[in-house]
Write a new protein. Structure first.
Length: 228
């Protein structure tokens, strides 16, 4: 059975950490306190990488996680050679040359995002703080920045800038790539409406309190990089 890390958060949410038994991917969900009664009945969750399904139930000492089903293998269809060109799906945008700089102080969240974006064909560049992010951006071409809003960590002397300060530093040193900001704030309307984010080339915000925030991030990354 996958591991669960039992701890509370000051924001009134409980984290559920799932280690997928099918693909060994670890991912985390944040369950708001008001939704816990529903989770006591059981909620079906899919692995963010392979789609394996789990039944997650709230219990007294944390969460009980039970594998339910694994994704069925795709059906193989034989296509005659002369029909291949017509039957072949249209080729999507080529993301192989696009690189995404992931700035996240939480290791598990950083690995979740990196694994999910890698599945889409993007090259990922992880960084645990702003200092690492600046160094990485100077060493290689970066197409997009995905940064957490709150990066400062008193225990890490190198973590002396938050996401907003990082983006300001990026712009002041000539970097023009777009950005997506992730945050644990329950309400992000006050962030979205502030014009400073437009100047910092922020194309969207992803609320990490949503259990499916990584899926939302994947869609936003594709939207930003494919549409420009």
């Amino acid at each position: 059975m996958p591991d669960v890390q039992d701890k509370k958060t000051a924001a009134g949410k409980e984290p559920v950490e799932i280690a997928c038994v099918e693909c060994d991917t670890k991912f985390r969900l944040w369950v708001p306190g008001e939704m816990l009664p529903e989770w006591k009945k059981g909620v079906r969750i899919n692995c963010v990488r392979c789609g394996a399904q789990y039944l997650v139930k709230k219990v007294a000492d944390g969460f009980d996680i039970t594998p339910v089903a694994t994704p069925a293998p795709p059906e193989r269809v034989k296509v005659r050679h002369e029909e291949y060109e017509e039957a072949r799906p249209a080729k999507g945008p080529d993301s192989s040359s696009e690189s995404v700089l992931i700035v996240e102080d939480d290791r598990l969240s950083r690995e979740m995002v990196a694994a999910s974006l890698s599945e889409l064909g993007f090259r990922t560049v992880p960084a645990k703080n702003a200092a690492e992010a600046l160094k990485a951006a100077k060493a290689q071409v970066v197409s997009l920045i995905v940064t957490d809003l709150y990066l400062k960590n008193p225990a890490d002397p190198a973590s002396n800038m938050d996401g907003e300060e990082l983006l300001q530093k990026m712009r002041s040193t000539g970097f023009e790539m777009p950005a997506i900001v992730t945050t644990g704030k329950d309400i992000i309307d006050d962030l979205v409406l502030d014009p400073k984010w437009f100047e910092l080339k922020v194309k969207g915000f992803i609320q990490k309190g949503n259990p499916f925030w990584v899926e939302e991030l994947k869609l936003k990354v594709k939207e930003v990089l494919y549409k420009g």
